[in-house]
Design a protein around this ligand. Structure first.
Ligand code: AQP
Length: 328
């Protein structure tokens, strides 16, 4: 069976960008692949995190995986920090990564721009992400478009390792949905929707109450025109809302345009809010049940135990290839 790896950072409340670009796809993939769906807490600390908030967000992300329909019996759901081989391989692969490669990462440029002090972890984080993927000899990585450059680096590092130490790693492929791979901010369609954006109105969180979703969508930026028409260059904000509508309703972009032909933004936005609420409400209900039951801790323990077994086996082989003396 081929292997899938994907992770989400517990760096805030998950947005519908995280949902459409990544975790919604986990559910389909779990039937055909050996899946590891991880809460990548070691990545979250590449920017400062409040300890209590990190704990809460970590449990929240793991519970959301289950609430959207990931089956813990089929897929390994676990915390990255519970499988220390991630960090170990991260170090090994950092030594195979060049400064130039890391300097070219646009996410590093975005997240560090304008900051007086930037942690070294933020700079080397793509090597840790490569380790996450390669630790399981992953074949397929479901990611949104923003992560494609990091995945490309993981592929390069895998190729470099194979060239230097002999064929070992599979070269992982990305699995990016055609639409929904890049959901933009509600206040500025030139930026992706992001859970760490300080403007709460820029995003819809998966756990936002229905009235909050309605309010955020009604306030979403639109151009001064009237037509509900998909044209990302001329009408980026409206086009982003049409994409969200299409993704949540299952209608094609053309069908959404047709439905609102001759209508103004008001009715379109109102119905968009209802479409989003109708998908998120049952997920939220399941989420609250999972949190109340406390079952997530056992799910995380079992997921980490299974993942650690494979990780230990693979890491031992990697150390050997690199010339380390095996433990007696
Ligand atoms: N706006 C988006 N549209 C589509 N996919 C998205 N993803 C993130 N934002 C969008 C996908 O969600 C997965 C998890 O991402 P992550 O938590 O590892 O970090 P990120 O890509 O940096 O996401 P955020 O929400 O912007 O987090 P912060 O603000 O903490 O940096 C990935 O597969 C990503 O592609």
């Amino acid at each position: 069976m081929k292997t899938v790896f994907s992770g989400v950072q517990p760096s805030g409340n998950l947005t519908i960008g995280n949902y459409l670009g990544a975790i919604r796809n986990f559910v389909e993939l779990q039937h055909d692949y050996a899946c590891n769906f991880v809460v990548v807490d070691l990545h979250a600390i590449t920017v400062p995190q409040d300890p209590a908030a990190l704990r809460e967000q970590s449990e929240s992300v793991a519970s959301l995986y289950v609430a959207v329909g990931v089956d813990p019996q089929k897929a390994n759901i676990y915390m990255q920090s519970h499988v220390p081989q991630h960090a170990e391989l991260g170090w090994l692969l950092t030594t195979l990564t060049s400064m130039g490669e890391l300097e070219r990462m646009t996410q590093f440029k975005d997240k560090s721009s304008g900051k007086e002090s930037v942690g070294a972890g933020l700079f080397v984080y793509p090597s840790l992400m490569a380790a996450d993927i390669l630790l399981f000899n992953t074949d397929l990585v479901p990611v949104g478009e923003d992560q494609k450059q990091h995945l490309e680096l993981a592929r390069d590092i895998a190729g470099r390792f194979n060239h230097r130490y002999g064929e070992f790693f599979h070269i992982p492929e990305g699995y990016t949905p055609k639409v929904g791979a890049r959901i933009m901010s509600l206040d500025d369609a030139s930026k992706k929707m992001s859970k760490s954006n300080p403007n709460e109105g820029s995003r819809i969180n998966m756990l936002d109450a229905p009235d909050v979703i309605r309010k955020k969508i009604s306030r979403a930026t639109t151009d001064s025109g009237k037509e509900v028409r998909y044209d990302p260059a001329a009408k980026p904000e409206v086009s982003n809302l049409i994409s969200i509508y299409s993704e949540f309703s299952g209608l094609s972009i053309a069908e959404v345009e047709q439905r609102y032909e001759g209508q103004m933004y008001g009715p379109f936005k109102k119905e968009l809010a209802e479409v989003v609420v109708s998908v998120l409400e049952p997920i939220q209900q399941r989420y609250h049940e999972i949190r109340k039951s406390g079952e997530i801790h056992e799910i995380l323990r079992q997921g980490a135990d299974r993942a650690r077994e494979t990780a230990e086996r693979n890491l031992k082989l990697i150390y050997e290839r690199m010339g380390f003396i095996p433990k007696a």
